[in-house]
Design a protein around this ligand. Structure first.
Ligand SMILES: Cc1cc2nc3c(=O)[nH]c(=O)nc-3n(C[C@H](O)[C@H](O)[C@H](O)COP(=O)(O)OP(=O)(O)OC[C@H]3O[C@@H](n4cnc5c(N)ncnc54)[C@H](O)[C@@H]3O)c2cc1C
Length: 402
């Protein structure tokens, strides 16, 4: 019997799980092709909700087995350590797998930029484990602060610094502000003793949104008691202090670092051509340069927007679109020979600012936009998150409960 041909997807995040499910659907009448999915975790993380899980117990993971149940997908649990693009083999810590086609979707990692003391003395917010650690730490800190009789020490315990005022930093700060308000109410600590400070290197927070939006978000954050220090970088960190580029030293026991991402060295070390931030250089069909049978998507891909000539930002909505596209392109490459070039669709941007507030815009037909601020925004954000789960259910043909 002839061996099956392998289509291997690395990473079961937004891009990878979408690609694997779409491949399973497209290839369901072609049992000669086997789809493989590899991830270091046995669950799919709803990464865009990490900031919620970092302050309160929230379920933001779905077991992969439940999503792919009944599909022509074999799941392999393990860390991918190397890709041999010449011999077409993926190496895991616990084995290897040959491939005919490969989709790289292993996302991004935190970048500490070698800032002295930062990695050792701060919390990143990139994985579910990070979120759980922050959540446990904050609730412990709030409990200890209650029994600390000296006000100055209590204030030091309740000063939280967030390095990086991008989307994740801002969303986390707002969640934390709501949580701290609740925590102080419950434990009779003076709410004015809590300080939440965002340190942002740019002139305004959420750099990728336009300035008027950023100003609205800033205003809402101020209303929640969050302070923003713009045009300032964290240049050093000890267990009790954060030193800023302005020379100011903030006393803080808690620093959450959301100031940058980088792509794993895996692609570069495997001989694939990488560009800005270590993202894999891809053509318009999202194929890695020089390797037409290897695709990169999501945060891993340095996909260029053909309209603006700018790199497509690292965001879940683009990872999802790219996951669907490359599944079709692989199918086309095998059976029809014509793939579709990638044209990113910007569906909108929503920044949640706590449980009941969000700011953003959504695209309407004829290049129109609808903007919103407030409770309606938070309903829309929830709807966007639910839509992802709904689409997973639709693609997998199963009713998943997270
Ligand atoms: C706190 C936070 C909030 C965010 N909010 C938003 C938002 O509101 N809207 C938005 O559009 N984007 C948001 N983003 C960005 C968005 O989450 C990412 O752009 C998106 O997850 C990228 O999808 P991906 O498929 O490329 O990778 P990911 O979703 O990160 O998935 C990568 C997968 O690869 C696995 N993996 C990694 N390395 C290996 C390895 N060596 N071996 C095996 N498996 C591996 C991981 O376990 C993971 O399952 C946010 C990000 C963060 C951190």
């Amino acid at each position: 019997m002839e061996a099956k041909k392998n289509i291997v997807v690395l990473g079961a995040g937004y891009g990878g799980i979408t690609a694997a499910l779409r491949l399973a659907r497209l290839f369901h009448k072609h049992p000669e092709y086997q789809i493989h999915l590899i991830d270091r975790n046995p669950y799919h993380t709803l990464k865009t909700q990490l900031h919620e899980a970092a302050v309160r117990k929230t379920e933001i993971s779905i077991p992969i087995g439940r999503i792919i149940q009944g599909r022509n997908i074999i799941f392999h649990l393990g860390e991918v350590t190397r890709i041999d693009p010449i011999e077409r083999i993926v190496y895991r810590e616990n084995g290897s797998l040959p491939f005919n086609y490969l989709i790289i979707a292993i996302g991004s990692q935190v970048n500490f930029y070698n800032i002295p003391g930062l990695q050792k003395n701060s919390f990143p917010l990139q994985t579910m484990r990070d979120a759980q650690m922050i959540c446990d730490y904050i609730s412990q800190l709030c409990t200890s602060a209650v029994s600390e009789p000296v006000e100055e020490r209590r204030r030091d315990m309740l000063r939280f610094v967030i390095g990086g005022g991008g989307l994740s930093g801002v969303e986390f700060a707002a969640e934390l502000a709501d949580h701290a308000a609740q925590c102080t109410r419950n434990s009779h600590v003076n709410p004015h003793e809590v300080e939440i400070i965002i340190v942002e290197s740019g002139s305004h927070i959420v750099q990728r949104m336009d300035e008027s939006f950023a100003a609205r978000i800033h205003k809402k954050l101020l209303g929640k008691g969050v302070k923003v220090i713009p045009k300032s970088k964290i240049i050093g960190r000890t267990p009790d202090t954060a030193t800023l580029s302005s020379g100011e030293v903030l006393k803080t026991k808690t620093l959450i670092w959301t100031g940058g991402i980088r792509i794993s060295e895996l692609a570069r070390e495997s001989g694939l051509k990488v560009g800005q931030s270590g993202r894999i250089i891809v053509d318009e069909f999202l194929r890695a340069e020089g390797y037409p049978f290897i695709y990169a998507i999501g945060d891993n891909a340095l996909a260029i927007n053909p309209y603006t000539k700018e790199p497509v930002p690292a965001a879940a909505q683009f990872a999802l679109q790219q996951g669907r596209l490359v599944a079709h392109n692989i199918y086309a490459d095998i059976f029809e020979g014509v793939g579709k070039p990638y044209h990113p669709k910007v569906l909108g941007e929503v920044v949640s600012l706590g449980r009941h507030l969000a700011v953003g815009w959504l695209a309407l037909p004829f290049l129109k936009k609808i903007t919103f601020v407030g409770f309606l925004g938070s309903l829309l954000k929830t709807a966007i998150q639910e839509k992802h789960i709904f689409l997973l259910r639709k693609e997998s043909g199963k009713w998943i409960t997270s």
